[in-house]
Ligand binder design. Structure first.
Ligand SMILES: [Zn+2]
Ligand SMILES: [Zn+2]
Length: 138
């Protein structure tokens, strides 16, 4: 398998992170703890085709490069937050910083408590993020 480099740290090679609860093996950067989700991994989590993940029109080219395709990814805000995620349009992979995960969790917890969480609108990443967050709590 081709070596994958962290889109943030650039030179660091991604390691593997086995998530027992999901029976999934993800790629994680040992340095910055960012997490890479392959298309297949994403599909298992959102339970639908990754090709259906819609990129908002305000998405911008990211400074980060896809660990697989080595193309520039798109960066956009996760719905209702100011947290940005990086998404590769070619291979449909997704990159999340450790800090971004924590910010998404905080905002979603707040919205959920207020009963304002509505995943029908926006990108269908809601469930995926939720599962991902639950897995990385420990
Ligand atoms: Zn890194
Ligand atoms: Zn890619």
């Amino acid at each position: 398998m081709q070596k994958r480099r962290c889109p943030t740290c650039k030179k660091t090679l991604l390691g593997t992170l086995f998530v027992k609860e999901l029976d999934l093996e993800l790629d994680q950067c040992p340095t910055c703890k960012g997490i890479w989700f392959d298309k297949n991994e994403l599909e298992q989590l959102v339970d639908s085709a990754a090709s259906k993940i819609s990129v908002p029109p305000e998405a911008e080219p990211s400074m980060r490069v896809c660990p697989l395709c080595h193309k520039k990814m798109l960066v956009f805000h996760y719905p209702r937050t100011l947290v940005s995620v990086d998404f590769c349009r070619s291979c449909k992979g997704l990159w999340l910083d450790q800090g971004e995960l924590n910010q998404i969790r905080a905002v979603r917890d707040r919205l959920e408590k207020g009963g304002q969480l509505d995943d029908k609108s926006g990108i269908s990443l809601g469930r995926f993020i939720k599962v991902a967050l639950a897995s990385f709590k420990k």
